[in-house]
Ligand binder design. Structure first.
Ligand code: FES
Length: 318
């Protein structure tokens, strides 16, 4: 399991920002300051129904924040985490949350171009607010949503450097005019659904890679998936992992039990030990050091033709 410490925080506010997006404010019950964080950070929340879900912190943070604020879009077709947050979390409820983790940090730059799709606005809002409160200019925002009704924080983004685009009204926005000319003085930060991320990737091969920063709503499969063979070290059993199945699903299909929770690479439950082969890590939970000997079976895959794995603490058994 991930060794991140957990906090028990109380929900002190809960309100709807749009028909599907709800905002939650979490504070220490005794009023103590919370662990520090910087824009781009997220916390992993255990919902009342027991799901672990990663949510970006929408405020700019700092050294001693008094609260963590997250926004959750309800997905009735999802795996239940957002529905539990919407239906089960009310003011006064205590939730277990991880300390903030930041895998999408805001780096220094003369200028910025932020591209946010839908609920992907959450880490971007924290970054834009941090920069603008500090008086920075050259902070351009493209905020892409379906409709004005489904645009959290709409009223905040009406400045000269903001473009808020609703696809229901005007179709998809052509991003090329914003990305055609690479500029080493600009960092591009993009957060949103996979099609938006892929579009930005397609349009920026001529940019210096270090200037492009991406974060999907959740960690998870990215890029092309190739088949490989997993070898369960304890028994030597060889398990085919086809391109369309996760390592976790393939092991289970062959009768090997591996615990899981989020199945999105964020909670640490499905961690396995790696005893041979090379991993393509796609999770958001392991540290660089942990990646040398572990793999999150729900999202990560093999770079090599074979990957030898076995139980790690919480397990996996035949
Ligand atoms: S089940 Fe949560 S990281 Fe795999």
């Amino acid at each position: 399991m991930s060794s991140s410490p957990e906090l028990r925080l109380r929900v002190s506010e809960a309100s709807d920002l749009t028909p599907t997006v709800r905002r939650f404010v979490l504070r220490d019950a005794k009023g103590s300051a919370l662990p520090a964080y910087e824009p781009g950070a997220h916390i992993v929340v255990t919902t009342p129904a027991g799901h672990k879900r990663s949510y970006s912190l929408v405020e700019p943070g700092g050294a001693q924040p008094q609260e963590y604020v997250v926004c959750v879009r309800r997905d009735n077709d999802g795996r239940g985490g957002s529905v539990s947050m919407h239906d089960d979390v009310v003011v006064g409820v205590d939730l277990l949350v991880s300390v903030p983790v930041n895998r999408f940090p805001l780096k220094p730059s003369p200028r910025y171009l932020f591209i946010a799709g839908g609920i992907g606005i959450t880490p971007v809002r924290a970054m834009v607010r941090r920069l603008r409160v500090a008086g920075r200019t050259g902070v351009q925002l493209l905020y892409l949503t379906q409709s004005a009704e489904e645009t959290p924080f709409l009223q905040e983004f009406d400045g000269p450097e903001d473009t808020v685009h609703h696809s229901d009204d005007r179709g998809l926005l052509d991003l090329w005019p914003y990305l055609a000319v690479p500029d080493d003085d600009v960092r591009v930060y993009c957060c949103g659904p996979a099609p938006l991320m892929r579009a930005v990737q397609r349009l920026t091969p001529h940019w210096r890679m270090s200037r492009i920063h991406m974060e999907e709503f959740t960690a998870g499969p990215a890029g092309m998936s190739l088949p490989f063979t997993a070898v369960w070290a304890a028994t030597g059993r060889r398990v085919k992992v086809p391109a369309h199945l996760s390592l976790l699903a393939a092991l289970r299909r062959d009768g090997i039990r591996v615990e899981s929770s989020c199945e999105a690479g964020i909670c640490g439950t499905c961690r396995l030990a790696v005893l041979g082969g090379e991993v393509e890590h796609r999770d958001s939970v392991l540290t660089e050091g942990e990646r040398l000997s572990s793999v999150m079976a729900c999202v990560s895959r093999a770079r090599s033709a074979e990957l030898v794995v076995g139980p790690h603490g919480n397990g996996g058994s035949v």
